[in-house]
Design a protein around this ligand. Structure first.
Ligand code: ASP
Length: 346
């Protein structure tokens, strides 16, 4: 019994330390202004509720967005970000995250970061305490440790078992794979169809200033060291405080190939309505990437999906994606609700 107690104590202590590390790099709240605040996120009401509560208390919009996504980063049952994120081929969770701050046009990011539950908060410290924008791998971890972020094992029993089942199935000649039917359904689903996903959150405060964040564990069972779009400014997120912000979820490679979030913000700058700006971005991504057979099916249609979320300087918002259903979480200062995303192909 003793080791179990120790482990519980250890996990509790680590969770508390991770929680307090969230304050690293956050600004002091300031008096609120006269403008209507709005927060959007990729499909998570809790995220927009937390971020809105902070914005209404005068928090910086980026700090509010980071606090909003932190709840998902700390959730072991969400397999797309932070603790419990789906690991890479080697069974190791590698996280990508980036932030942008409207008033200063600042940005910070970390990629392939291991063992840190809140990579978005580390990205903010990269932005605030260095002259750089992006730190990667072991040196990103070293930086995070130096700055006071505690290390945590980000794998859980569910993700470890699912990864093992995935690996055994892919090394069939050398291993005796556990029949999938014998696995717990959660583990089976995660092994058979690795999830990928991301949390993006953009916040507009009562002064009309924007902040945004994108955080992810990336593609499930990816090649170790693979970096997606999420920590690349212009790809997985972008913001211009005079125009608006955009973030994305889905196959990162296609956003990297198109600087897609930057393109969406530029579409807004040219006067397009939020939904049109995002649908046009989806269209561009499809047009360019389906030139490559790896990104199209037999009928020439895209064999991948991406979703874009945007929030304008004056508080308008939209989401758009390539196919299938998708939605956007919105808080307008009064209520939080889910809003349908516009689909390019369906
Ligand atoms: N965009 C993320 C990546 O490519 C994954 C996702 O959103 O599903 O790493």
């Amino acid at each position: 019994m003793r080791p179990a107690l120790n482990r519980r104590h250890f996990l509790g202590t680590t969770a508390a330390a991770s929680l307090s590390s969230l304050a690293l790099g956050a600004a002091e709240p300031k008096p609120t202004g006269p403008k209507r605040p709005v927060v959007i996120a990729s499909g998570n009401l809790r995220t927009v509720e937390i971020a809105m509560e902070m914005v209404q208390k005068g928090a910086d919009p980026l700090d509010a967005a980071i606090a909003g996504v932190a709840i998902v980063e700390a959730d072991p049952n969400d397999h797309t970000v932070g603790l419990g994120g789906t690991p890479n081929e080697d069974g190791v969770v590698e996280l990508d995250a980036a932030v942008m701050h409207g008033p200063t046009h600042g940005g910070g990011a970390v990629a392939a970061l291991r063992n840190i539950m809140h990579p978005a908060a580390v990205a903010r410290v990269v932005m605030k305490k260095t002259r750089h924008v992006l730190l990667v791998g072991d040196n990103a971890l070293k930086f995070a440790r130096e700055q006071g972020f505690p290390e945590t094992d980000l794998t859980t029993e569910v993700t470890r078992k699912a990864w093992l089942a995935w690996k055994e199935a892919h090394l069939r000649d050398n291993r005796f794979a556990v029949p999938l039917a014998q696995l717990d359904p959660t583990v089976r689903d995660l092994a058979a169809k690795p999830v990928h996903g991301t949390i993006h959150c953009s916040a507009l405060d009562t002064h009309g200033d924007l902040g945004c964040v994108t955080t992810t564990s990336g593609l499930g069972y990816k090649v170790p060291g693979r970096v997606g779009d999420s920590p690349i400014l212009g790809a997985g997120l972008y913001l211009d405080n005079t125009v608006g912000s955009c973030g994305s979820v889905g196959l990162g490679e296609v956003n990297l190939l198109n600087c897609a979030s930057y393109l969406a913000v530029e579409n807004l700058r040219r006067g397009m309505k939020p939904k049109d700006a995002l649908v046009a971005t989806c269209k561009r991504v499809v047009e360019t990437t389906t030139r490559d057979p790896r990104f199209r099916d037999d009928r020439g249609r895209p064999n991948f999906n991406v979703v874009f979320y945007c929030l304008t300087k004056d508080g308008r918002y939209a989401a758009a994606h390539i196919h299938g259903p998708a939605s956007l979480a919105v808080h307008d200062g009064e209520t939080a609700r889910m809003v349908d995303s516009a689909s390019l192909l369906d």
